[in-house]
Design a protein around this ligand. Structure first.
Ligand code: AHM
Ligand code: MG
Length: 329
């Protein structure tokens, strides 16, 4: 394995960016510390501290909050919030943004899903954290909607941490997608794959097919198509669905194929959130040569109107996405 650490790598990239001040590297350093702490806690879940199970709280989405969700949320908000590099943090777990007082604020906005796929915690299945970084847009010290509701193409960086057999940090700042693996003995992330590319076509689809009763007709047609027999287009596709976006996305990034969380008759906007899930994964997939849309429009072109806005998500290999778009049209 390459012995380049994540911080060395980011610092090197920053040096090549004209006008860079080091603020971004500092911010990423805090994210990285947060990732290590959460990773340790996830790996130790079930041992010692009573961290598994429900916290008894219901979040802004009306979902029951697991204790580890709360823990990860507190860690990222505290570390990143005190970095001096950001002026606001929004989190999937907090109804309102955390605004940093101007005397301690920097020029970035941080958005985080501190523990995604948390319903998988108790069954020892991969979970992850997803983050994204934007630049403050509005002039003056106040944080406005122009700062908090930016279209995804304005992201400065996006990434996720996957707590699996190894802990991986997958990240882009617009110059390719790079993966770092945590060496648990050293407590350091080392570069493991540079400039990842998603295969042009895969052989799997990933969707919660239990919802098919409430799918719209085009979505049903698309999945039926993927299950048909046709050697030339490598069909039928295999179904792979973990129910943890970070894990389902990571597999799709490596192996190709398509992940879908469509809108349906019950939830026209689907389940996943624009800022915390769809936009960061869209930036990553595009940097790896893939595509992401809501079925029609490119995710990164959508301008959200609410911090917790949901959006249908189709994401994956470019050829699989093109075929999906043709069938969804
Ligand atoms: P969470 O952020 O509350 O954990 O929910 C998001 C998760 C994603 O990781 C995953 O893709 C999706 O919910 C699975 O939903 P479902 O159980 O409806 O298939
Ligand atoms: Mg989530």
């Amino acid at each position: 394995m390459d012995r380049t650490t994540l911080v060395q790598f980011i610092r090197r990239q920053e040096k090549m960016t004209p006008g860079a001040t080091g603020e971004f590297t500092n911010l990423m350093n805090e994210v990285l510390v947060g990732a290590k702490i959460v990773s340790l806690q996830v790996n130790n879940a079930g041992l010692g501290e009573d961290i598994l199970g429900m916290s008894g709280r219901v979040n802004v989405q009306g979902e029951e909050v697991q204790k580890l969700d709360d823990y990860a949320n507190d860690i990222f908000i505290k570390l990143v919030g005190e970095s001096g590099n950001i002026c606001a943090i929004t989190s999937e777990e907090n109804e309102k943004p955390v605004i940093i007082p101007p005397d301690r604020a920097g020029k970035y906005i941080f958005m985080v899903d501190p523990l995604d796929g948390s319903s998988n915690i108790d069954v020892n299945v991969n979970i992850g954290s997803i983050f994204s970084v934007y630049r403050k847009q509005s002039p003056g010290p106040d944080v406005t909607d122009d700062d908090l509701l930016q279209p995804g193409h304005q992201q400065v960086a996006a990434g996720y941490i996957i707590y699996g057999p190894s802990t991986l940090f997958v990240y882009t700042s617009g110059n390719g997608v790079h993966t770092f693996t945590l060496d648990p003995a050293l407590g350091e992330f080392f570069l493991s794959t540079q400039d990842m590319k998603i295969p042009r076509q895969g052989s799997t689809y990933s969707v919660n097919e239990g919802n098919s009763q409430v799918w719209q007709e085009p979505q049903k047609k698309l999945v039926e198509y993927l299950k048909e027999n046709d050697k030339e287009t490598k069909r039928p596709y295999k179904l792979r669905y973990i129910g943890s976006l970070v894990a389902d996305f990571h597999r799709t990034l490596l192996k190709g194929g398509i992940f879908m969380y469509p809108g349906d008759k019950k939830s026209p906007e689907g389940k996943l959130r624009y800022a915390f899930e769809a936009a960061p994964m869209a930036m990553i997939v595009e940097n790896a040569g893939g595509k992401a849309s809501n079925g029609k429009e490119r995710i990164l072109d959508i301008k959200p109107t609410d911090i917790h806005q949901r959006v249908p998500l189709y994401i994956g290999s470019p050829e699989d996405m093109d075929r999906a778009h043709a069938l969804l049209a």
